[in-house]
Design a protein around this ligand. Structure first.
Ligand code: IVH
Length: 697
């Protein structure tokens, strides 16, 4: 860039306008040279400086932003929100461990899974240890070495397109450096805001009378999810890269060499990352990182361990939504002391009453806390918590803060024992203890407004119907105004257009947006639908198990009705689902045989389309959907790995042979099961035939 750069705050509007014009031309020349002619005229760093300057001037003079500003030229996000993007490979989460003993179990589990490590304890298992950054995960897509798009994690399968925002990230390689790169490379990492930048940002926000962020993570999230990318540009977000998504060809053979490649490409990799070959060195790295925690300029909430060899990572695979080859060792929760001013009772969607301590506000680990859960009435008694008490509270990660214990020395003379209610504080129906549990529940069911409202909130939430812009406030207001009585009414809101448009603060635009978001969800996957119903004990994992097992809503409903008969095949079938125990089965049967719920499900059919569950992965495999049994000793892999591999290919692994078994894999020394299978005329195959079916790598 030519000429002396003037400090932006000293610029007049006229000067700013002239400079923006110049920058637009210059950036466009470089874009053409880079994207169309593949022959950049300046370095990536210099190009970034131009874009950055353009954005900063625009942030200072928003009225000068022109329609063809370089900030909006490439793939601008739609103005009514971020576009949704499916991830080519899901963005998964990590399991947690909290103690050194858990770490021992994690390592032992891996050794048990991989046969060569089981057979030869002297083989080293190298593990990479790196800080767990407390930020937001992001995936960056590069095609032919050029940055093309970026997306947030979202629900792990579908994220939001934040390409324009990420483009403003200082130091982001727009072009992968070093030797030629694969055609498609997706880099994953953590976006964060340094603690010092967070403090500066909050100072500026306070001066401007704007929102104060509670912690660097929230500030980073708020900064990234700005529809106006110029705001993101003015926030110094940073990135540590640590993983990959889709790759058109493998990169390296170890995690460590992958991290080296990341740096060659131009990404920052956390400098505290270490390679360890045993338990003791992992503990040493953990302790070392933990000790440095307070002095680091970014928040971390643990240490992540990853198996170094990528072929072993592949074989170890995943269990539900987390890898078997990696885990997060979380730091202990942060604690603080404060006073309980009051105890409130919250009513959940299944009627559960939860006592919540209303606290004198206190900062714990950088976050202001004024509520903490007391779990249930037995916990209040066990800890002898009284109103007026000074208590120790703790908070770990995103979980709700908890009351740990009372500081008895500080108990005031006038502390009062909390009388646990025997009726629902909202609808006054009896609140009854679960037969064999600690939870007291409101018996009001669908006549209790609190339960109904909570059910609505759950229904529209992200992991359920994920209706954009339908927040808790809308639920409460619509319910109060009588616009929604049953869950299905959400899909009839369009019939109340007039009433909606006349609500205070609402215009055509906001109503249209909400109705469009609702319409967008009229086709819903079976697992989401089951989860959205809010059946007791049916979280995302169980909902998915059920969807996978029954495939269609019709089959599920019929099976649940049939399963209400003791000794029926349907009941046996339900109980045979790995992960669904008898108490969950009872709740399911109760839900699906209740006439109000049956009417609700019939009513849904008039408004929405529940899509059959499709297992995409490997459905072409010969063992997909088959029930298989392993028996005898396998020579090449452990039983655990064989089972995991079979499940990966869509098979169900059972421990006993019956006429419903499709294949029996007979290892060495197979005895009675193999014989029974032969007697039943089933397919009995050898280990090598099995390997042919699933491949051995
Ligand atoms: S690896 C398949 N490494 O933690 C495993 N994740 O709790 C992919 N995170 O969603 C994750 N630092 O956002 C990995 N060094 C690190 C990390 C890290 C932070 C986040 C990430 C992930 C979450 C899981």
């Amino acid at each position: 860039m030519t000429g002396i750069k003037k400090i932006i705050t000293d610029m007049s509007g006229k000067e700013a306008s002239a400079e923006l014009g110049r920058l637009a031309k210059e950036i466009s020349t470089h874009d053409e040279a880079y994207y169309q002619n593949n022959s950049p005229l300046i370095s990536d760093g210099d190009y970034d400086v131009l874009r950055q300057r353009n954005l900063v001037i625009e942030a200072a003079f928003p009225y000068l932003i022109s329609n063809d500003s370089p900030s909006y030229k490439i793939g601008a996000a739609p103005s009514n929100g971020f576009a949704k993007v499916p991830h080519a490979r899901p963005m998964l989460s990590l399991g947690n461990l909290f103690s050194e003993a858990d770490l021992d179990d994690f390592l032992a589990g891996i050794r048990r899974f991989l046969k060569e490590l089981t057979d030869d304890p002297s083989i080293q298992l190298e593990i990479i240890a790196e800080p767990k950054i407390d930020g937001l995960s992001i995936t960056l897509r590069y095609e032919k070495g050029l940055f093309v798009s970026a997306a947030t994690r979202g629900d792990g399968s579908i994220g939001e397109d934040v390409t324009d925002n990420i483009r403003t990230l200082k130091g982001l390689p727009f072009k992968l450096g070093g030797s030629p790169s694969p055609d498609i490379v997706e880099i994953r990492g953590e976006i964060y805001l340094a603690k010092s930048d967070f403090n500066n940002l909050n100072r500026c926000q306070a001066l401007a009378g704007a929102k104060i962020f509670s912690n660097p993570r929230n500030a980073a999230a708020g900064s990234l999810r700005q529809l106006d990318a110029t705001i993101t540009a003015a926030r110094p977000l940073k990135l540590y890269a640590y993983a990959w998504g889709e790759l058109s060809e493998p990169v390296g053979i170890t995690q460590w060499s992958f991290l080296e490649q990341l740096q060659v490409w131009g990404f920052k990799v956390n400098p505290l990352t270490r390679i360890c070959s045993d338990y003791l060195s992992l503990i040493e790295v953990y302790n070392n990182i933990y000790e440095q925690r307070a002095s680091l300029d970014y928040d971390i909430d643990g240490v992540v361990y990853k198996v170094n060899r990528l072929d072993w990572q592949d074989r170890l695979g995943f269990v539900s939504r987390a890898p078997r080859w990696a885990i997060a060792h979380k730091f202990p929760a942060e604690k603080a002391e404060t006073i309980i001013n009051e105890i409130d009772i919250q009513v959940g969607r299944t009627g559960s009453l939860t006592p919540v301590a209303k606290l004198a506000s206190v900062t714990v680990g950088g976050v202001v806390v004024s509520n903490a859960t007391l779990h249930n009435e037995d916990e209040i008694t066990r800890k002898d918590v009284r109103i007026g008490d000074t208590v120790v509270i703790q908070r770990a990660g995103d979980v709700i803060p908890q009351v740990v214990k009372v500081v008895l020395d500080k108990r005031p003379a006038n502390s009062t024992v909390f009388e646990y209610p025997k009726v629902c504080p909202i609808c006054s129906a009896d609140a009854v203890r679960d037969k064999d549990g600690v939870v007291r529940r409101c018996t009001g069911g669908s006549t209790c407004p609190a339960q109904v409202v909570e059910r609505f909130k759950h229904f529209v939430s992200r992991a359920a119907f994920d209706i954009d812009g339908f927040g808790s406030k809308h639920v409460e207001e619509f319910f109060e105004e009588g616009l929604i009585k049953s869950l299905v009414d959400i899909f009839r809101l369009q019939d109340h257009g007039f009433q909606l448009r006349n609500r205070e603060g609402w215009g055509d635009k906001s109503v249209d947006k909400l109705l469009a978001a609702i319409n967008n969800r009229r086709n819903i996957k079976l697992d989401r639908f089951i989860f959205a119903l809010g059946i007791r004990q049916i979280g995302q994992v169980n909902a998915r198990l059920l969807a996978k097992h029954y495939i269609t809503i019709g089959a599920l409903r019929a099976a649940m009705v049939a399963a209400s008969v003791k000794g029926s095949e349907a009941l046996e079938n339900l109980n045979s689902i790995d992960g669904i125990g008898p108490s969950v089965a009872t709740d399911l049967i109760r839900f699906f045989n209740n006439s109000t719920n049956q009417a609700l499900l019939d009513d849904f059919a008039t408004q929405i389309n529940i899509l059959d569950f499709i297992i995409k992965k490997n459905s072409s495999s010969l063992i997909y959907g088959k029930t298989i049994v392993f028996t005898g000793t396998l020579q090449t892999v452990t039983r655990g790995e064989a089972k995991a591999r079979a499940e990966y290919f869509g098979a169900k692994v059972s421990s006993s042979v019956s006429k419903r078994t499709d294949f029996v894999i007979a290892g060495e020394g197979a005895g009675s099961k193999a014989k029974k299978a032969t007697d039943l005329g089933l397919n009995v195959i050898s280990e090598s035939q099995w390997l042919e079916l699933v491949g051995d790598g």
